[in-house]
Ligand binder design. Structure first.
Ligand code: HEC
Length: 145
């Protein structure tokens, strides 16, 4: 969270809403917010309809093993279970599927609008089909945070 807020603050991560919020945060505000949210234990968000089993299974394979077409496993960067790895790789577990789909579409839009850094999430998202995005989002929504 501290990493994400710092990126919004210095403009390296785009979001008109979050950049405006982060703009006025001091380094110690960012530290305190990250400490506070790290102690929270939010319940799993429940979608109106549970995801389909086949979609969840396809998403599990993608997350754990990647795809035959050279797509790296999501968990190779985001850690086993998608719980995140250090400051750079955020937790992706237990988010509502609609959030994950929206975020991945944002990365895809960014990939279309400029140079893509190899190994970045923008580069990963650019390789994903809509079917893969839906599957990954369905699976990740079933995982504990
Ligand atoms: C090569 C490493 C790498 C791989 C593989 C990878 N990611 Fe990421 N991912 C990142 C990085 C780095 C970020 C943080 C980027 C940022 O905040 O701008 C990120 C951010 C995200 C986010 C945004 C999280 C948030 O809270 O804003 C989602 C969602 C996500 N990844 C999903 C996935 C899925 C699904 C897969 C597998 C299909 C995947 N990632 C594979 C490196 C990776």
């Amino acid at each position: 969270m501290a990493h994400a807020l710092s990126m919004f603050k210095d403009g390296t991560r785009a979001s008109p809403v979050m950049q405006a919020v982060a703009h006025n945060l001091s380094d110690s505000d960012i530290h305190d917010l990250a400490q506070y949210f790290a102690t929270q234990k939010p319940p799993l968000a429940h979608a109106a309809e549970p995801p389909q089993a086949a979609q969840v299974e396809a998403g599990r394979q993608l997350a754990q093993m990647g795809s035959g077409t050279g797509l790296a496993a999501c968990f190779s960067c985001h850690a086993a279970g998608g719980t995140g790895n250090g400051a750079r790789f955020p937790s992706i577990a237990g988010q509502p599927a609609s959030f994950t789909v929206a975020r991945l579409h944002e990365f895809q839009a960014r990939a279309k609008s400029g140079a893509v850094k190899p190994g970045s999430m923008t580069a990963v998202a650019a390789q994903l089909t809509d079917t893969q995005i839906e599957a990954a989002a369905a699976y990740l929504s079933t995982l504990p945070r």
